[in-house]
Design a protein around this ligand. Structure first.
Ligand code: EZ4
Ligand code: CO
Length: 403
């Protein structure tokens, strides 16, 4: 099963996506997702200029050896651009292998460990009343788990809240960077009141999550986790940046609120200390940004004895191809926590034809062979790439801080 062609397709149906198509002798096609929000073209170049020339003529069945070639065989390892590119190749090769064998991908990972994958989505608003209403509407549609984010009184324009109506979408088109403001004091005062208000309205049953988006210091995060304990969060995500791994040891000393981290990690080395020290509870690494399903399955196995559960990142900037890859992984591994599913723009869903299905708060990847997602190239051509950037954040005195 020789690889006879590979192509990178950049399109912008609602937002930018970088998609890899790999074609084999005999006509089987596999799809991979190489999207890196705000730096899309760098991954497209990495694939087109450096990776695809090495793929042509290789045996598509040799997934492990191809992964080692693209990771270990390059000398310059790791980093988001490299790992997103390798991830796209790896996902596409697993898609091809499962299609060649005529099975849904999860069957190659040991089969289903559960009936479906528990998913959470986002409820965002400017107020407690507003976010309660959004959460109630979601629960009426079957959702069992909801991430709660609101504006922070005293700060204009904060992560997680739409500037316009509709689903939250952080990237904005054009070259003028959106600036958000940040100050930990008003946030630390607000977050416990927010969750007190939400629990008072929604009661104890719904699974509630919250994302701090890397902005606190370890001691601030410890205080927040402690203050949120009465409201039974499923997790507090990205309380502190993951670069300071020992910072999570400090957070742990102060709170029993479960901690999630890792959406920006790309290799096992980013989480080694966190896992072995048991200083996080959920690891947010996802197949596309982590170099594919091959390394992510090894990372899940590494986490298992430490009782750290996998909870892949699933924002709208991860395409339906990588979401489907995550769902096959989630269904099969033993140590699954939860899967994020933010949903996609209607135009995105015209380009990516999916088979995954939602019922009772869970997603199932489908029993179609391979990933179960196809990419409509003619439709994609209607949505050319548009330059777009993620926002930046500044403190009240103008200092640039983590977004
Ligand atoms: O900010 O995917 O948990 N989800 C998130 C996302 C990230 C975006 C960045 O591209 O934190 O909203
Ligand atoms: Co996040």
């Amino acid at each position: 099963m020789k690889i006879i062609g590979a192509e990178v397709i950049v399109c912008s149906p609602g937002r930018n996506f970088v998609t890899l198509k790999i074609e084999c002798e005999g006509g089987i096609v596999g799809w991979g997702d190489a999207t890196l929000n705000g730096r899309e073209l760098s991954v497209a170049s990495y694939l087109r200029d450096h990776v695809i020339p090495l793929l042509i003529g290789r045996d598509a069945r040799k997934i492990e050896d191809t992964w080692q070639l693209l990771y270990r065989g390059v000398y310059w390892r790791r980093g988001p651009v490299t790992m997103a590119a390798i991830g796209a190749v790896d996902i596409a090769l697993w898609d091809i292998k499962a299609k060649a064998l005529g099975v849904p991908l999860y069957q190659l990972f040991g089969g289903a460990s559960r009936d479906g994958v528990l998913v959470y989505t986002h409820a965002t608003s400017t107020s407690v009343e507003g976010v309660v209403k959004v959460a109630r509407d979601l629960m009426a549609k079957g959702w069992k788990a909801v991430r709660i984010q609101t504006s922070v009184p005293g700060l204009n324009n904060t992560y997680g809240v739409s500037a316009s109506k509709g689903a939250y979408e952080p990237a904005s088109r054009g070259t003028s960077l959106v600036e958000e403001t940040w100050d930990s004091r008003p946030y630390l005062n607000w977050a416990p009141k927010l969750f007190e208000g939400v629990r008072a309205e929604l009661g104890p049953d719904p699974i509630l999550l919250h994302d701090g988006h890397h902005r606190l210091t370890p001691i601030e995060a410890g205080r927040l986790g402690k203050a949120l304990e009465p409201y039974d969060l499923f997790w507090l995500e990205d309380a502190v940046t993951g670069e300071l791994q020992s910072g999570f040891d400090v957070v742990r000393q102060h709170t029993t609120t479960p901690l999630a981290l890792g959406e920006v990690f790309n290799t096992i080395w980013d989480c080694q200390h966190l896992v072995t020290r048991q200083s996080i509870d959920y690891l947010r690494m996802t197949p596309s940004h982590s170099g594919g399903l091959t390394p992510l399955r090894k990372i899940a196995a590494f986490c298992e004895p430490y009782q750290v559960k996998m909870a892949p990142h699933g924002p709208s900037d991860i395409s339906p191809v990588a979401l489907a890859a995550a769902l096959h992984f989630d269904l099969a591994i033993h140590n699954l926590g939860i899967q994020e599913w933010m949903g996609h723009h209607d135009d995105t869903m015209k380009v990516f034809r999916t088979n995954y299905r939602f019922a009772d708060g869970m997603l199932h990847p489908s029993d179609a062979p391979g990933l179960g997602v196809t990419f409509d190239e003619a439709e994609a051509a209607k949505y050319p790439y548009q330059q777009a950037y993620l926002p930046i954040a500044r403190k009240l005195d103008g200092t640039l801080t983590d977004w």
